[in-house]
Design a protein around this ligand. Structure first.
Ligand code: NAD
Length: 332
C-alpha cells in the first residue's frame, strides 16, 4: 500500500483527497495545512496523520508519494524539498510561478531521480483525450481551425485570497488559461507565431486572448475570470476538420459530420460525493480528469515506472508560453 502525503488541503487538496480515497493500492497517510481545520476535514474518516504545515509533513511523515496542492507561489520551494524525500511527486498546475523556478525544479528532478507529474489535468479529461485521439488518427482529416475557451467568475475561495493577487497566482492567464495552452501544445507542438492581448480594464491580468499560427491552420484561445458570480464556469472547444466539426459546449460533446450531428456520451469518473461537497466553492463539479490523472500517477508509482504524461518538462514549456503571452508586446 503506497502512502500519500498531501500538502495543502484547500479546494484542490480536497479534490485530490477524494480521488485517493477511490484509488486502490494507495492510502492517504499524511495531510498538512496551515489551517488545521482544513487538514482535519480531509483526514476525517481516514487514519491519516495531521501535520501543521508542509515542512512538518516533509520532515516527519513516512509518505512514499508527496502531492503538493499549495498556492502556486509555494510550489517550487516545497517541490524541491520533496524531491529529496520521495521518488514520486505530484505538483498542481501551474507548475510554478516563474520559469526560473520551473527550470530549477527540472534540475532538481534530474539530480535526485524524483519522478514528477504536474496537474495539467486537461490531458486526462475524457473529452480532450478523445479529441487528441481523433486528431492523431486523422479520423476526420486535417485540422482546419480550432478554438478553446475557459472562462469563470472570480476565484474567491483561495486562502488569504492569494488567487486574486496576480503576483502570487499569475492571474487568469497563468492559473486558468494555461490549461488550454498546455493542451494545445500537447496537440500541435510549440509555435513562435502568435498574437496575444490581455485586458486593460478591470482586475489586472484577468483576461487573455491569443491567436496561434501553425503551418496550415490557426488556433484561438480565450481565458479569463473577470466574470460576475452569476456567470457559469465554461470550458469549451470547437475543432473544425476537413470532414467534420467536433464541439464541446452547451449541447455536450458533439460530432457534426456528413451524417449530421450526434452526441458522444463520455464515461464519468467515479464520483461518490455530491457536487456541492466536492466543489468546495470552486468551479468544477466532479472528479473527472482529477481521478484519471491521479490514477495514472499512482499506477506509475506502484509499477515503479516513469510517468510520461503531463511531465515537468512539458509543464515548464506551457508556463513559458503563457508568460510570453502575458508579456506580449507587438512592438517588441
Ligand atoms: N487543476 C485544476 O483544475 C486546479 C483547480 C484549482 C486550483 N488548482 C491549483 O491548485 C493549487 C492550490 O489551489 P487551491 O485552489 O486549492 O488553493 P486554496 O487556497 O484553496 O488551498 C491552498 C491551501 O494551502 C494551505 N497552505 C498555505 N500555506 C501552507 C503551508 N506552508 N503548508 C501547508 N498548507 C499551506 C492553505 O491553508 C490552503 O488550505 C494552485 O496551484 C492552483 O492553481 C488547480
Amino acid at each position: 500500500m503506497l502512502k500519500v502525503g498531501l500538502i495543502g488541503c484547500g479546494f484542490m487538496g480536497a479534490m485530490h483527497a477524494a480521488c485517493y480515497k477511490k484509488i486502490e493500492g494507495v492510502k492517504l497517510a499524511a495531510v498538512a495545512d496551515a489551517r488545521k481545520e482544513c487538514a482535519e476535514q480531509i483526514a476525517a474518516g481516514t487514519d491519516a496523520r495531521i501535520f501543521a504545515d508542509g515542512n512538518d509533513l516533509l520532515e516527519n511523515s513516512d509518505a512514499d508519494i508527496i502531492d503538493i496542492c499549495l498556492p502556486t507561489f509555494m510550489h517550487a520551494e516545497y517541490a524541491i524539498k520533496a524531491m529529496d524525500k520521495v521518488r514520486y511527486l505530484f505538483v498542481e498546475k501551474p507548475v510554478a510561478l516563474t520559469a526560473e523556478e520551473g527550470r530549477a525544479m527540472i534540475e532538481k528532478s534530474k539530480m535526485t531521480g524524483c519522478r514528477v507529474q504536474v496537474g495539467q489535468v486537461i490531458r486526462f479529461w475524457d473529452e480532450y483525450v478523445y479529441l487528441k485521439n481523433v486528431i492523431e488518427q486523422g479520423l476526420y482529416g486535417k485540422v482546419v481551425n480550432a478554438n478553446f475557451k475557459r472562462i469563470s467568475p472570480r476565484p474567491v475561495w483561495g486562502w488569504q485570497n492569494w488567487l486574486l493577487d496576480y503576483r502570487l497566482s499569475g492571474g487568469a492567464g497563468q492559473d486558468l488559461h494555461i490549461h488550454d495552452i498546455d493542451y494545445i501544445l500537447s496537440l500541435f507542438g510549440n509555435t513562435n507565431k502568435f498574437y496575444s492581448v490581455k485586458n486593460t480594464l478591470g482586475e489586472k491580468n484577468s483576461y487573455v486572448n491569443t491567436l496561434m499560427e501553425y503551418d496550415d491552420f490557426a488556433v484561438s484561445a480565450e481565458g479569463g475570470w473577470g466574470l460576475p458570480n452569476s456567470y457559469p464556469f465554461k470550458a469549451t472547444f470547437r475543432v473544425v476538420f476537413e470532414n467534420a466539426v467536433i464541439e464541446n459546449a452547451e449541447k455536450g460533446f458533439m460530432i457534426y459530420d456528413k451524417d449530421g450531428g450526434r452526441k458522444i456520451q463520455m464515461q464519468k469518473a467515479p464520483c461518490g460525493q455530491s457536487d456541492s461537497e466536492l466543489t468546495g466553492g470552486g468551479n468544477i463539479s466532479d472528479l473527472g480528469g482529477y481521478y484519471n490523472e491521479l490514477l495514472y500517477f499512482c499506477r506509475m508509482a506502484a509499477e515503479n515506472r516513469i510517468p510520461d504524461r503531463a511531465t515537468l518538462e512539458d509543464s515548464v514549456k506551457s508556463l513559458e508560453f503563457v508568460l510570453k503571452e502575458i508579456n506580449f508586446d507587438i512592438n517588441k
